[in-house]
Structures are given as C-alpha cells and as structure tokens.
Design a binder for this molecule. Structure first.
Ligand SMILES: Cc1cc2nc3c(=O)[nH]c(=O)nc-3n(C[C@H](O)[C@H](O)[C@H](O)COP(=O)(O)O)c2cc1C
Length: 221
C-alpha cells in the first residue's frame, strides 16, 4: 500500500475479532515505530504492553471504576476548558457519527455509557498498551511521542491489525499505575487497543470527516 493510501485509509478500530496477536509481532511494530523522529533524538516515548494477567487486572479494575463512578485525580485535562467552538463542533460531530453508525439515539444515555465503558475493555482487543510520558516534557515532548504513535498505528495496519488510541485511560491514572507500575516521574497519556479488526461490526464501518485545508493552513506571500 502506498504511504498516502495507508495514511488516508487509517481509522480508529473499536471492535476486534477473537484472534491472538503475538508479542513477537507487537515487538516488531514497536521496533518500526521507534524510527520516529524526536527533537534532539531524545526518544521520550514509554510504552507498557499489557496482555494476559496484567490485561485482566487492568480491565477488571477500570471497568469496576467505571461502573461504580470512581473518580481519580487526573494528571491532565483531555480537552481545554472551555473548548473553543471550532473544536467543540468537531468533537460533537465525531460522537454523533459514531453513535449513528451503531444505531444509538442521542438521548439513549444507557447505551452511550455502555459504549464508553468498552474503552476500559480495550474494546475487546487482545492486547492493550499504556503510553506514559515524563511529566517534565509537556508540551514539546508530547509532540515527539505523537510521531511515534502515528508510526505505530501505520505499522500495525501494514500487519493487518487495527488500532484505537484511548485518552480515556487518563481518567484512571492510579489504577493504571497499580498495574503497570511505571516510575513516579511518568504520567499516563493514553492507552492503545490493538488487534485484528472486526470489519463486520458497524462501529468499524463509518469514517470521520475532515475540514478542508483552508481551515488550518495559511499561505503567506
Ligand atoms: C490521542 C488520541 C486519543 C484518543 N482517545 C480515544 C478514546 O479514548 N476513545 C475513543 O473511542 N477514541 C479515541 N480516539 C480516537 C479519535 O476519536 C479518532 O481518532 C477521531 O475521531 C478521528 O477518527 P479516525 O481515527 O477514525 O480517523 C483518540 C485519538 C487520539 C489521537
């Protein structure tokens, strides 16, 4: 597949088939992603791969948190408060496109919550990852880690896998730390669900839109 095709056909996968992903393959993908550039080549990415016992422990506790309304002290706000109208509009379109694809009505809060809850099961993916970042790096270092994450995503697609990044994991930093035991100087940025996509599931069949380049690019003479 051409790089252009790979980039433009990538989408967030939120349903997976029951097929194991070998840790050898995960290692290969991480090795490829590791070619990402970073300022000064500092390579600030830290990835914790959770599978088997750690996967069970993390998802069980996170789903229980969700079901019981547990709130943990967060390390960062997922979106700025207030979120400017331009971004709010896109976020709301993104949510309504997804719920429409899976036939969940706007006022069906129970079904919406059930879908959000799936984040904490890594959407049924066989392998999960937690991405942390050294607390001292924001925001420049976060950009470097972003280069790595896009590499990882595209490398995974080339192997027939699907991916969803999950900032939702940042609401349970204490739970994540209990399982992955990352050092105190690191904070949880996001999670990653990775596995073979269930292409039959309607949640994997819709595609998000993008605004035109006029909305973000300025050409200055
Ligand atoms: C850093 C990051 C965090 C994200 N967190 C979540 C999440 O917690 N749950 C989720 O369902 N999707 C999450 N997404 C997926 C976005 O909603 C998705 O990328 C966006 O709507 C564009 O859709 P596409 O990836 O299908 O092109 C995240 C994406 C990124 C880049």
């Amino acid at each position: 597949m051409s790089i252009k095709k790979l980039i433009t056909s990538r989408y967030s996968v939120r349903s997976f088939i029951d097929k194991e992903v070998s840790l050898e393959l995960i290692k290969e993908i991480l090795k490829t992603a590791n070619s990402a550039p970073s300022g000064g080549n500092i390579q600030p990415w830290k990835i914790y791969v959770v599978s088997n016992n750690s996967y069970k422990e993390l998802t069980t506790q996170a789903v229980s948190n969700f079901d019981n309304g547990v709130q943990e002290a967060i390390d960062y706000e997922i979106y700025p408060k207030p979120l400017a109208d331009e971004y709010k509009k896109r976020r709301s379109e993104c949510a309504s496109d997804m719920y429409e694809a899976i036939s969940i009505e706007r006022d069906d809060i129970d079904s919406r919550m059930k879908q959000i809850r799936e984040n904490f099961n890594f959407f049924g993916a066989p392998v999960g990852m937690i991405v942390t970042i050294d607390k001292s790096f924001a925001p420049n270092g976060w950009g470097h880690v972003g280069m790595f994450l896009q590499n990882l995503w595209l490398a995974a697609i080339e192997e027939g896998l699907g991916v969803c990044l999950q900032e939702s994991w940042s609401i349970y930093p204490k739970t994540v730390k209990q399982v992955v035991k990352h050092p105190d100087n690191e904070m949880v940025w996001c999670g990653i669900a990775i596995g073979y996509p269930n292409t039959e599931d309607p949640i994997n069949q819709y595609r998000t839109s993008r605004d035109s380049i006029d909305s973000f690019a300025t050409f200055i003479d």
